[in-house]
Design a protein around this ligand. Sequence first.
Ligand code: FMN
Length: 363
Amino acid sequence: MKLATPLSEKFGISVPIIQAPMAGGPTTQELVAACSGAGALGSFGFAATQPEEMKKQSAWVRSKTDRPFGINLFTSAQPQQIDAAAQRGALEAVAGYYKELGLPPPEPVNAPYAPDLEAQLDAVEEIRPRVFTVHLAALPEERLKRVKAKAILLGGSATCVAEAKRLESLGFDFVIAQGGEAGGHRGSYLRDPYQSLTGTLALVRLIVRAVRVPVVAAGGIMDGAGIAAALALGAQAAQLGTAFIPCPESSAPQAHKDALLAAREDDTRLTEKFSGKPARGLANRFITEMNAKNAPQLAFPAQNSVTGKLRQASARAGKPDFIALWAGQAAPLSRAMPAAELIKVLDEETVSAIRGAASFLKD
Ligand SMILES: Cc1cc2nc3c(=O)[nH]c(=O)nc-3n(C[C@H](O)[C@H](O)[C@H](O)COP(=O)(O)O)c2cc1C
């Protein structure tokens, strides 16, 4: 039996599953092609990717599959150059770790701290993916009109009802209800992220009741039972991030994959210390120590430049201590299998979970 929702049919996918965009690590062109080729929506997390590279990787996916895929960008404002003197505390906070990993002392980091957003948006218009989603902010009206005029379906992350309603009123085609369980950065943009931690079960229901556009559920969904639950709540697709990190097609460091496969309940924490914005990951030495001393940090995403060398050196050394081990709260349900196989299993599990729930119906 085939699972289809109005939104999955609009996307042109054969299972209502979105491989979450994951910038700066897990998402590769191989992962996107494998997921889209298997009938789900593969998605690029291009927040840290230069426009030319965005075009190159998108063309590569198109050379492997004619199935639709998505692109995601961070649309939040960039900080200006941060004065070297104002960086001192943040650099001192990580200097000991740099030394421990045999790195030269950290130096002030220079703007731009991320690729030029306008040029990235131009690239999206040129690539014309089937789906484009934004994270950490909405999209200026003029750009939104241009994207939609290209027949690209536009979605955005919402971590509270107000954000979902704002996206709908701006003309977004769908919203992603991202619950507090979600791994990585959550897309809060109207409220304090710490005041927007409603769990996926409650958030999906609240947003489905508040907007008319289709809703995608994200956060803590790792298997078909989770997808079936999201559909029962009224979501029209599920977006899974952590579930795809252990796949061989993901470029997450092996230490990250191993940590997910060994994760236990309650192992995740929120931290701002890697990037400057709160994100959820498995607790490791960096998170525990930096959170405990509330170490100084630079604004998002400049703090990424402060911790980047540390994360890379830690990954090269096969040490999980200083890697951003992003993970959702259901990380203990992680499994390592090729992405296409995972999608097949997720599809079968979803159908069987729906049948299982229906078996409780009595005349
Ligand atoms: C490693 C990692 C990186 C992420 N990067 C992005 C991103 O670039 N853009 C985005 O919209 N969401 C990003 N997310 C959030 C996902 O879109 C999704 O909401 C989340 O993974 C769902 O929770 P789960 O990890 O429990 O499945 C990221 C999540 C992870 C785990």
